[in-house]
Design a protein around this ligand. Structure first.
Ligand code: ATP
Length: 458
């Protein structure tokens, strides 16, 4: 039994249509990946599972969908324009560029010997673009580097339109853009990615307790969807690592690199920060953006105040906020890696993704045993249509090879059930259901099939 490595996952993803290099036909575009048919389904299922847990199953939330293009003032007053940078170094010999805190000290320069590096200098990660036909300094917006700012600048709009009391949350899933110095490790570090973010607004003074609760809540979500506890751990950021807005941040780390030596196997999949009242203090009429070095920026542009009226104390206050922020792509990668297994059973090898059924791209594959038998094919297609029409079960008709090949293919994309139509099925209206994980098979009547599968997916 062997588990995943990043290389094995990259190869499976290409082979089975989960992910392709962005713009591959033209030599690629570094830091971009395109989700193929299986990848798009898996990623959508990850987002759906997150939205269900954080929106549908709670009574204290609102979901929004803000613009990717943002007025540069949003990112100026958030502090990103001045501080959202990574330390960049150049090698004077080979001219390659690196992120200073990520360079491998053992890496050799292609020009010979060690790299000859410049002093680190800040490199801002935000993508600028232009809006409208005339280019000037005033119409340069940024593409958002995170979900959070779209939520903070809409705090008052959401509050006024929903009449919420603290604590409550605003959540968002969407694309974010960062001009990473060295995108690498497949979809772990890319320049275009998606985030799932929660901003949980609380009364000042209750923030530390809510921070603790959110860390526990988020860990439980990963476990619920099958991440093995030993592959996830917490990292409490020391004060010198904290972002300018954070009072405390705990990162959830996943074992993305099991092939590395022990202390280099884990890296961040999600960050959970206590952002205090920092952001709403920046984004409000007459507000103030404070920086780590003691300097600050007075807000001269916001057109209204963003405060909360607390009835019990009869005061206008600025809520604190707890932010769990996860990357959809990294989370999808974690589920792929965690569910991957190479097995040898009775002398036969197979690769299987033991994905949680809610996440599996396809729930059922319907396979005719002989693809040259029109009756059998017709029966298989009818069963596929019926299972699919209920809406919940993503079902595929698969006649792409012999039965062994179909099973192998479905195991590799994590399909929990294969339904096979054979010669006898035409007479007795019964089909064989094969289970992905145990490989056990049951004979079920067609009438009872949908119920049988739904009961086992619940
Ligand atoms: P890192 O330290 O790895 O650069 P970060 O601390 O800057 O990440 P955050 O700003 O906390 O990341 O973003 C929240 C989440 O968004 C991260 O936990 C990660 O899952 C995801 N994320 C951030 N940058 C990238 C990226 N370049 N590619 C893919 N996912 C990303």
């Amino acid at each position: 039994m062997a588990g995943a490595t990043m290389d094995k996952i990259v190869s499976l993803c290409k082979r089975r249509g989960f992910l392709f290099q962005g713009s591959e036909l033209y030599g690629g575009l570094q830091g971009t990946w395109d989700y193929g048919p299986m990848g798009a389904e898996l990623k959508n299922n990850v987002k759906r599972a997150w939205w269900r847990a954080n929106v549908y199953e709670r009574d204290d939330m609102e979901g929004i969908d803000a613009s990717i293009l943002m007025n540069r003032l949003v990112l100026r007053y958030s502090g990103h324009e001045a501080t959202f940078s990574d330390p960049l170094v150049d090698c004077r010999k080979c001219k390659k560029r690196f992120r200073a805190d990520q360079i491998d000290p053992n890496e050799k320069c292609p020009e010979g010997g060690a790299h000859n590096l410049t002093e680190p200098r800040p490199f801002n990660l935000m993508f600028k673009t232009t809006v409208g036909p005339i280019e000037n300094d005033n119409n340069i917006p940024y593409m958002r580097p995170e979900m959070a700012q779209g939520i903070f600048v809409n705090f008052k709009n959401v509050l006024d339109s929903t009449n919420r009391k603290l604590p409550f949350r605003i959540v968002q899933i969407g694309k974010a853009y960062r001009n990473e110095i060295t995108p690498k490790n497949f979809i772990f570090r890319v320049r275009e990615f998606e985030q799932m973010e929660i901003e949980y607004f609380v009364l000042p003074g209750t923030d530390e307790e809510w921070h603790r609760r959110w860390i526990a809540d988020r860990v439980a979500w990963y476990h619920q969807y099958g991440i093995r506890p030993g592959n996830l751990k917490l990292y409490v950021q020391p004060p010198e690592e904290l972002s300018h807005y954070s009072k405390a941040t705990t990162d959830l780390l996943y074992r993305f690199f099991p092939e590395r030596e022990e202390d280099k196997q884990f890296d961040e999949v999600e960050g959970i920060a206590n952002r205090t009242d920092y952001d709403l203090t920046c984004h409000t009429k007459g507000g103030k953006t404070a920086f780590k070095d003691g300097s600050f920026l007075q807000n001269e542009h916001a057109v209204f105040k963003q405060t909360y009226f607390d009835q019990p104390t009869n005061t206008h206050l600025i809520p604190y906020v707890i932010e769990p922020s996860g990357g959809v792509d990294r989370i999808t990668l974690a589920f792929l890696m965690d569910s991957y297994e190479e097995q040898v059973t009775e002398g036969k090898e197979r690769t299987v993704l033991h994905l949680h059924p809610d996440l599996a791209p396809v729930k059922v594959a319907v396979i005719p045993l002989a693809r040259n038998r029109p009756n059998m094919v017709e029966m298989a297609k009818r069963i596929k249509r019926e299972l699919q029409s209920a809406g919940r079960l993503r079902t595929l008709f698969d006649d792409s090879g012999n039965i062994g090949k179909c099973y192998a293919r479905q195991d590799e994309i994590g399909t929990p059930f294969c339904v096979t139509i054979d010669h006898l099925s035409l007479e007795d209206q019964q089909v064989t259901v094969r289970h992905r994980d145990s490989m056990l098979q049951d004979r079920i009547s067609v009438d009872a099939l949908q119920r049988y599968i739904e009961d086992r997916l619940a």
